[in-house]
Design a protein around this ligand. Sequence first.
Ligand code: 4AD
Ligand code: MG
Length: 453
Amino acid sequence: MRTLIKHLLATAEPRDNVLVQGWIRTRRDSKGFSFLEINDGSCLAGIQVVADAAIPGYADIHKLATGASLEVEGRLAASPGGKQKWEVQAARLTLLGEAGPDYPLQKKGHTLEFLRSIAHLRPRSNLFGAVFRVRSRLAYAVHEFFQSRDFIHVHTPIITGSDCEGAGEMFRVTTLKPGAAAHPAADFFGKPTYLTVSGQLEGEAFACALSNIYTFGPTFRAENSNTARHAAEFWMIEPEMAFCDLQGDMDLAEEFIKAMARHALEHCAEDLAFFSRFVDPGVEERLRFVVERPFVRVAYAEAIKILQQAGKRFEFPVDDGQNLQSEHERFLTEEHFKSPTTVFNYPRQIKPFYMRLNDDGRTVTAMDVLVPGIGEVIGGAQREERLDQLLDNMKSHQLDPDDYRWYTDLRRHGTVPHAGFGLGFERLIMFLTGVSNIRDVIPFARTPGNAEF
Ligand code: 4AD
Ligand code: MG
């Protein structure tokens, strides 16, 4: 029976009749036998295969080049070399698919830029295998975190008519012919529709019925920012809690990030050790710090004072009442506090219409979690649950309440205080692995000018 290399390497006793399938990383020929290093992606390590020239299939040995796929039957035996515990002493080799001399992953040491241009093959490299195993494991951990706390998973729509963030950075979804001067009413849905930028508004409807919910799905932003932290298509996790205020929201955000770091340390040790060695020497230590220490919390007004008194030259001036720039966020979390930092109570004019107005009349119950190396990883808020105030917010954001009738209904019928946040899944993976470009933590990145594959 076929065994994944991960399980073979964890075997306790030698075993006959094992069957391994995978891709060849390297081959070394000696007089009368060959050594093959095979990897199947189930873990970082591969397994060494020793093939005697007398066994069936050995005639193909010259075709068993780097990148070729093969099947090996044999005996799992202690490896005398000592480099690893086990090796497979082959009884039969079966070549499945050859790889030509133009196989691009021949040597180590390719640049990340080059590997992006072969995004269909890069998962076969050590780095990308590790990234995508961690991504998978963390996706599982997200569900475990929320399910174990009785949050209900809601699948919010991908096609939507509302611009949750009010930033107008949406991809239009239409069946109208390009250039046709048709009225939106003639379009497929009878109105303008877009790919969602957030499942929050729909999530609120479900929280106002099921108490605690979360979404986990793809989101789309047509913002033309070519940075290492922005993608046009990314995955977001959005919990929403009824009967919850800003404090409870910040508590959950912190607990969530800590749980993800703890999960990675406990379940992704081999891959994390690889990141420490080849990507970011501080990554494991950072995760332990995140797990053990409380995050810093600071009000926006206080953060502005700190930035103004920092005696640092920023590219963008620190402007009370304006959004924090990425360099400001990173100064706070990396240099000033040297800790994940939650900034809360932002000026109302720079935040979306749905956030709750504080009693000062100037700030809203917004919160962003900033982490070293990334900046903002979470954005959230307590929502405006008072109908009059919500309608007032819509007016100042120039939104037509008629377009959000169903959303304002939630305030007409049994409104409750509620709060939630959105965590960018790719930014979390970047933080937990030390990989510094968002294009390298998503299987096939969509960024301005790039939708290959
Ligand atoms: O701060 P944002 O825009 O918040 C919302 O969308 C709210 N509706 C969330 C909520 O309260 N339910 O986005 C949330 C997070 C950001 O903190 C960031 O991590 C990530 O989503 N994000 C992006 N990640 C990659 N590429 C982009 N272009 C991103 N834009 C936001
Ligand atoms: Mg934000």
